[in-house]
Design a binder for this molecule. Sequence first.
Ligand code: GAL
Length: 360
Amino acid sequence: MVRRRTLATAFTAGLVFALAACGGGSSSSDSSSSSGGNASGKIGVILPDTTSSPRWESADRPQLEAAFKAAGVESDIQNAGGDAQKMQTIAQQMITGGVTVLAIVNLDSASGAAIQQQAKKQGVATIDYDRLTLGGSADYYVSYDNNQVGQLQGDGLQKCLGATQANIAYLNGSPDDNNATLFSSGAHAVLDKVSTYKKVAEQAVPKWDPVQAQTIFEQLYTQAAGNIQGVYAANDTLANAAIQTLKRNNQKVPVTGQDAAVQGLQNILSGDQCMTVWKPADGEAKALSETAIALLKGETPKTTGTVKDTEANRDVKSILLDPISVTKDNLADVISKGAQKASDVCTGDYAAMCTQAGIK
Ligand code: GAL
């Protein structure tokens, strides 16, 4: 139940309560607010960055705006630009500005937990969006089933490799991101069982940073003397970093990815990437919006179960969605469902590849 907050600086309780109930708006340059609607109160969403994946600004933001607008709930969506301190500041500004439900994609569990503690003290409900905050206190967790994402990546790489002898290099996501741990464990659960596969290298990429990913994969490739037949890359950004090194060495081996980003789809069309995992942003945004609105109305959100936060030793009420494996065979679905535009993917040499893949 979201207790109606009273603004500490207000000059009369009655006026404050009225303002809070209507969710007095706040918006900054990189935020977007939609107003009006039937659920009083306001939801704040803080996205993590613009570099780890294009998804946050190209998919999550527009889908979240559409979902909140359709549901008639006031929202304020901002991006922390990869800076945990900035996320903290945005969170407090949002709460002061009337946000009564706060969703974050944490940059790391410690900073996420601190934000959630602060929010709770001010009577604001919190939701972990996409990433679980270990040791946090979120009331709900909305995401795709991230272990299942890893299993799809493992299955996809296995299908592309076949039963042959294969040395595999693992390029994992950020060590600060609980999802990255789940992706990797899901993939290993599949690949470690295949006796002809051998892990020759494995490293995590801090903050999912594409530049560091390039350097790290170059090192892994050199250490393996180029004797790599498959690459597990945790998302399309990391996949592209590995593919650049493989291309420079005139090598083309199966590489996994995630996010069905434009670059990932293009790499699949050209045969440089074996697969990606598509987590339709409209589905995740809708799940967040439904959960937030239920909280705003003092109702109990529908959940699919709980997820164990091993650090806080608590079962977090969760809404987990099913991810989709994408290869050249079903890549056209990502376009036909509107998750990416043909005009963005089918540029230059990719135009003919799109036609071959049945993309109009
Ligand atoms: C993960 C997210 C993935 C991936 C990565 C980089 O937490 O679930 O979709 O894109 O962050 O942003």
